[in-house]
Design a protein. Structure first.
Length: 96
């Protein structure tokens, strides 16, 4: 069984120079999840790359949180479609 690793949000923000409010806004829009333990807020280690990607999109391209949410949903749909296409290509290969 895999063990999940959590990072304290305040520590992460301090180390990466990403505003704490930015990460909290991502959470409010449902783009990342928090784990609360003993009045401390933690993020899952798996969400780190997602936070950094959204931070770059927000600051470099000026995309607001609603836009980040829409992009994330579109990327999920694209990944799903790519998996379906790969599956269909494999099935087609059986008939060739």
């Amino acid at each position: 069984m895999a063990r999940e690793k959590y990072i304290l949000v305040s520590h992460y923000c301090e180390q990466t120079h990403i505003e704490n409010s930015f990460v909290k806004n991502l959470h409010e829009y449902g783009l990342v999840t928090f784990e609360e333990k003993q009045n401390d807020v933690f993020i899952d280690e798996k969400d780190i790359s997602e936070i950094e990607k959204m931070f770059r999109l927000h600051h470099e391209l000026g995309i607001n949180f609603e836009g980040l949410d829409a992009l994330k949903q579109m990327l999920k749909r694209l990944e799903k479609m790519q998996k379906q296409m790969e599956l269909l290509q494999k099935k087609l290969g059986l008939y060739e």
